[in-house]
Ligand binder design. Structure first.
Ligand code: ZN
Length: 173
């Protein structure tokens, strides 16, 4: 009889513990996912939080915002003209990007392709210091171009776009 009661107690204990374990695992995995999420370090001097462009007379800065017939394929991070641009993590540089290939927008028609942390992405409206090699997180990679000269009154910004444009870069910012 004693033994049976012990067993019952044991199984009651197991029944109580299993849901707790399940909850623990669910919470643990959720926390892991959040910690695992890579975040860009500061992109632009004067904007330590990578604050994004919201809305101005030229449009909105979020991924998927309307751009006439097409959609905005990146996320705009506020950056004043002439600001220093930093590597958001340890990166390698993979060439200059021609943004528009439009002589009317020559003043801001450049960017840089970066890779690191398993990501490939482009930064538009940046004059890169160099277009190959590697740069450590937080080190200078270039200068924000004079966006106001092409889009007067816009919230000057760096456009962050994944090499695979179908991917929304927002979770990384
Ligand atoms: Zn943009």
């Amino acid at each position: 009889m004693m033994c049976q009661r012990q067993e019952e107690k044991y199984f009651t204990w197991v029944r109580l513990q299993v849901p707790k374990m399940r909850l623990f695992i669910v919470v643990f995995v959720a926390v892991m996912c959040v910690c695992d999420g890579l975040k860009f370090g500061q992109l632009c001097s004067g904007n330590p939080d990578n604050t994004r462009r919201t809305s101005d007379s030229w449009g909105q800065g979020h991924y998927g915002a309307g751009r006439g017939q097409r959609k905005h394929e990146g996320v705009d991070v506020v950056c004043r003209d002439g600001s220093v641009v930093y590597a958001p993590f340890d990166v390698t540089l993979h060439g200059k990007v021609l943004v528009y290939n439009d002589p009317n927008k020559a003043a801001i028609d450049s960017g840089i392709e970066l890779r690191g942390e398993g990501l490939c992405f482009k930064l538009f409206y940046v004059r890169p210091d160099q277009t190959s090699g590697s740069v450590k997180k937080g080190k200078r990679i270039g200068v924000m171009l004079p966006m106001q000269s092409v889009y007067p009154g816009i919230t000057s910004h760096i456009h962050v776009q994944m090499c695979d444009k179908k991917i929304d870069p927002s979770p990384y910012l």
